[in-house]
Design a protein around this ligand. Sequence first.
Ligand SMILES: Cc1ncc(COP(=O)(O)O)c(C=O)c1O
Length: 567
Amino acid sequence: MDNCIDTNGAPRKRWTEGRPFFWELGWLDIFRQIGRAISARWDVPGFGGLAQIVDLRKRVTASGGGGDGGGDGLAAAARKEVVSLDPSPGEFGELLRDAAGVATRYWSNFENRRAFTRPPEAVVKRIQSEPLPLGPTPVAEVLEAIEEDVVPYPNGAGHRRWWGFVSSPAHPAGIAAELISTTLNNYVHGTSQIAVDVELKVLEWLAELIGMPAGSSGLLVSGGSAANLVALGAARQRKIPDVRKRGVSALERPLAVYASNQIHSCIGRALEILGLGTDALRLIAVDDEFRIDIDELQRTIRTDLERGIEPLAIIGSAGTVNTGAVDDLEALADIAREVDAWFHVDGAYGGFAGALPELAERYRGIERADSVAADAHKWLYVPVEAAAVIVRDLATLEAAFSTQADYLRLEESSYLRGRAWLADRGIQLSRSFRALKVWAVIKAIGLEGYRELWRNDIAVAREVTRLAREHPRLEVLAESDLSIFAIRYLPQNGAADEFNKKLLDRIHKDGRSLVTSAVLKGKYGLRGCVVNFRSTLEDARVFVDSVIELGTRLESEDAEWKLATYR
Ligand SMILES: Cc1ncc(COP(=O)(O)O)c(C=O)c1O
C-alpha cells in the first residue's frame, strides 16, 4: 500500500488502491483489456460489451456487493472507488501525479509519433455510443480512458513537422501554468484578485511587443476570431455611438470595411455578427507579394464615398494566413486617418514578429493602429486558447461592451473592487485565468528567446522554399514575409491542382509531416506555417524529400492506372 498522509498527518489508504496496475492485473482485468482491444481493432460490439460487463462486475465485487448487479449495489460500489470531491492534499497530489504520468507518457513519445493520426472508427464509435453516466466513475478509470481513447489521437500540433493551419506546440511552462490556473479556478471578470493584475501586466507586455504606444491595453480572449470581433465591435461603437440601443438601424449611411482579399475568414463572420453583413466588406486585390494594393484601396474608398458609403474601418494584415504577408501598415494608417476610419490590424499570426529588429521596418505603422488582434497561442507558443485584443483607446472599447447590471456593481469603497472590470471590455462575463499561462511562457522565453525562436521558424520555412526552388518538379507559389511556405508538385501530365489535392491527402496519410493547402493566384498548393520550436532545417529537408517521393509515386500510379484503362 502506498501511504498518503492526510491533513492530520495520519497515513491514509491510497485512493487508487485496488485499481488495476499492470502488475496487479487480475483475470477480470485481463478479460476487460482483451475485450477492449478486440472491439477497438475489429469493431466487434460483442467484445466491447464483454469489456463493459467485466467492468461492471469488477466494481460490484470490489464493493463486496455480492455481484448481484442490482442498481444500489452498483452505485455503492462506484462510490467506494470514486475519488472524493474534496480529496486530502496527499490524494490530490497523487491524482495530479497520475495525470502528469499520462501527459508525460504522451510527451516522451514525440519523436516516434506521426504528424497526424486519425482516430480509428471503433474508438470514435465507443465514445459516441457511451450513454450519459448515471453514477460516478472512479477518477483513475477516467484517466485510463483518456490515455487509451484520447491521448493517442491528438490533432498533432506539437509534432516537429506539424505545420498545418497556424498552430504551435505548447510551451511546457504554459502547460504547467494552465494546470495551476484551473486549480485556482478564478473567474476573471473583475474584482480585486491578483489574476486581474496579472492580465493587465500581460496586456501591457503584449502591447509593447506589438509596438503600441504606452497606455494601450485591452483584453485576453479565446483566439484571433474573438479578438477581431471585439476590435471591430469597438470600431462600430466609435462610428455609431448609439448602436447598442438602436442596433444597426441607427446607421445614417451605409458603412464599409476594407481589407485585402487575403484577410482571414473570421473578419467576414465578425461583420455578420455585428450586423454589418459581409456586403460591407470590400476585398481589395493584392500585389505580387500578396500585400494589399494601396492604389486599388484608394480607388475603392473614393468610389464608395461618391456613392454615400462611409468607411468604418480599414484592416491591415500583419501576417496573412495564406502566405504571411504584412501589408503596408504605414500607408493604411495614413488612409484611415484621411477618411476618418478605424485602423485595425489582424496580427493573429504575425502581430508580435515586428519585435524582430530585421522586420521592424516592414511593421512600421502598426503603432498607429486603433486596435490589433494578436494570438499568444500562435507565435508565442502558449497553449490554446489565448489571444489578445489591444486598443489605444480603452474608453471606446468599454463603451462598446460594458454592462451595468445591479448584481455586478461594486461600490466605490468595496473591499472587492479591483483595478479593472475586465468583463466590460469584451463579450464574456465569466472568464478563465488565461493570463497566467501567457505570463508564464513570456517569462520562460523572454524577448531575446522569442527572437531566436522566430528566426528559426522563418529559416525553416525559407529552407523549404529554397529546396523546392532547386527541384525541377517543385514550384514555389509565394515568398513569405514571415514563416510560411507555399509550394506545389508539377506533374508531367495532367492538372497540377487536382494532382496536388491528391498529394496533400497522401502527405496526411503518410504522417511524416503535416501541411495544409492554399489557393494562391488561382493555383492550389501545399502550404505550411512554421510556428514550431521543435522544427529544424533538417525537418525542412525531410518534408521536401517526402513531397518528392510521394509525388513521384503518385505520378507513376497515375500513369499505371491510365495504361491499365487503355489496355
Ligand atoms: C491571420 C489570422 N487571423 C485570424 C485567425 C483566427 O484565429 P483563431 O483561430 O485563433 O480564432 C487566424 C487563424 O489562423 C489567422 O491566421
